[in-house]
Design a protein around this ligand. Structure first.
Ligand code: SAM
Ligand SMILES: Nc1c(NC[C@H](O)[C@H](O)[C@H](O)CO)[nH]c(=O)[nH]c1=O
Ligand code: TYR
Ligand code: SF4
Length: 485
């Protein structure tokens, strides 16, 4: 049998603070053996043949016949993926000048891997529950984006908690409020109940879509929230969001796209079919999307392989996916860890194999991202030699990974990027969100700054802004959290 299970799964549940995790007891975390051999799977990968789920399972496990990752086999998989990357996209490593502007941390969905959210109850006007979260009204969101545009960014990435007062628009507010018991039936409470009104989704997007910035927002889970309690199609919801300024949608909320895993780690979230339907709706509305997988918690390598198949099938149908973003689970402050369901996140070897197998399996997705937020600089650079060709963005502000216990800061400058990418012998390239506009950067022509932004002239992003140069120096683009929320 298998090497199968994620290194992070302790196999136990409950016990620790905060109670048990339903479903974790019965769940069979071991990966089943496949009918394929590791050697055959590797040969197919080297030949460029389309891989099956069994092939991917064998490659991710470096063979399901023995426990643990075999270091020699792992190197063979990484080498095949690195070669494929060079053939497909060459030696360029891309990155984007962007800002994360997350609007609210209020959320009742209760995902067990997430420490970004704060119980929405704490945000109510008459609540005396202390919390460190925030809600930014639309005007504040706009001010934050305006400020970052002046610095030279050209993408805003905005993902938020599912605030119960959020609705798509005024009509949606009326539909939600008309329920007999809106709080329990459709997770809705009117804005008046809260210390800060988040506005509608349309108002938030309209506020952030300013000055020619590319607005990357509205995950499938958020699109579900923006249509809850109605029979609206995802396509029409995304069309309305696009009319308000949305340019592309992040494919987070994917986690592991296998329902038996979702039942354990995010029972309150939409299921796999709904996630796919939302992404198809975004694509039908003419939007680009990204795709993600959050791995290294309770899932097996077989689940990872099944997830990759869902993404590849979606891309066969839509062609709308610009990149695959592996999200290495950060465990320290999460309910999954505190309750003893997992004892760690994925190992470095697992990170490397996920990137490599994504490159080999997703033959229809051009770009695979390495993340300095999740992995840090050194390991992030290593992942660029395992099949990845994109190194994320400047982001200026980070809340999801840092609240989960990540320690790699919330900003990288263009000079950091140029230095790191040239150090591994690759070519640094500034890209637009959709990768269609690219600018190769001459490493000798520093100091470096963005040039693709509507207000970018090559000046380093934080010039004249931060005495410490900004690296890891606290939220830059975002004001302190609304303590009064
Ligand atoms: C925090 S949510 C925000 C957007 C929205 N609430 C949703 O769920 O789509 C965005 C994504 O962050 C990722 N994430 C959350 N907690 C994480 C953790 N501890 N480690 C790694 N990724 C995490 C998950 O993939 C999640 O879908
Ligand atoms: N990987 C993470 C990202 N990636 C966002 C990218 O910077 C960019 O928005 C995307 O590549 C669109 O093309 N953002 C995070 O906040 N955290 C990550 O871990
Ligand atoms: N990187 C994702 C978005 C994302 C945002 C925040 C995260 O913590 C993780 C991922 C995308 O571009 O689609
Ligand atoms: S992952 Fe998203 S939906 Fe789940 S608890 Fe966190 S913020 Fe809420």
């Amino acid at each position: 049998m298998s090497s199968g299970g994620s290194s992070g799964a302790s196999g136990s549940s409950g016990g620790g603070e905060g109670g048990t995790v339903s479903g974790a007891e019965e769940f069979d975390f071991a990966a089943p053996a496949t009918d394929q051999s590791f050697e055959n799977a590797l040969a197919k990968a080297r030949d460029g043949a389309r891989l099956t789920v069994d092939d991917a399972t064998e490659l991710l496990a470096t063979g399901t016949g023995a426990a643990g990752i075999d270091p020699v086999r792992k190197e063979a998989v990484l080498e095949a993926a690195d070669r494929r990357r060079r053939e497909e996209v060459g030696d360029e490593v891309t990155f984007v000048a962007n800002l994360n502007n997350n609007v609210t941390t209020a959320c009742n969905t209760g995902c067990l891997f997430c420490n970004f959210k704060d119980s929405a109850h704490a945000f109510e006007a008459d609540s005396d529950v202390e919390h460190a979260g925030f809600t930014k009204p639309p005007a504040e969101s706009r001010a934050v984006v305006e400020d970052a545009l002046d610095m030279g960014i050209y993408e805003v990435c905005s993902v938020s908690g599912l605030h119960p007062a959020f609705a798509l628009n005024e009509e949606h507010h009326e539909i939600l409020a008309a329920h007999d018991d809106p709080a329990s039936e459709v997770n809705y409470k009117p804005p008046e109940r809260y210390a800060t009104d988040p506005g509608t989704y349309v108002e938030q997007l309209d506020a952030m879509s300013v000055g020619g910035v590319h607005l990357h927002s509205m995950t499938p889970e958020e699109a579900y929230h923006a249509s809850r309690g109605t029979d609206w199609e995802y396509e029409s919801v995304y069309r309305e969001l696009a009319a308000a300024g949305l340019d592309s949608a992040p494919g987070t909320a994917a986690e592991i796209l296998v329902d038996e895993v979702r039942d354990v780690i995010c029972p309150g979230k939409i299921r796999t079919d709904d996630w796919v339907a939302a992404m198809e709706g975004a694509a039908a509305a003419g939007l680009d999307v990204t795709s993600t997988m959050m791995y290294g918690h309770v899932e097996t390598v077989a689940h990872r392989a099944q997830h990759l198949k869902v993404i590849r099938d979606l891309q066969d149908r839509t062609g709308a996916i610009t990149e695959f973003v592996p999200l290495s689970f950060i465990h320290q402050n999460t309910p999954l860890y505190r309750r003893g369901v997992v004892d760690s996140g994925p190992s470095h070897a697992e990170d490397e194999l996920v990137v490599a197998v994504a490159r080999l399996f997703l033959d229809n997705v051009d770009h695979v991202q390495a993340s300095w937020v999740k992995s840090g600089d050194a390991h992030g650079l290593k992942l660029l030699n395992c099949g990845a060709d994109d190194f994320m963005g400047t982001i200026l502000s980070e809340e999801i990974t840092s609240r989960a216990g990540g320690e790699y800061g919330e900003y990288r400058s263009f000079d950091d990027y140029v230095e790191m990418i040239t150090a591994i012998g690759r070519t640094p390239v500034e890209r637009s969100t959709d990768y269609r506009t690219r600018r190769r950067i001459d490493p000798d022509d520093g100091p470096h700054g963005p040039r693709l932004g509507p207000r970018a002239d090559g000046t380093p992003l934080l010039a004249n802004r931060s005495s410490d140069g900004g690296r890891g120096g606290g939220a830059v683009g975002t004001p302190p959290a609304d303590a009064d929320d």
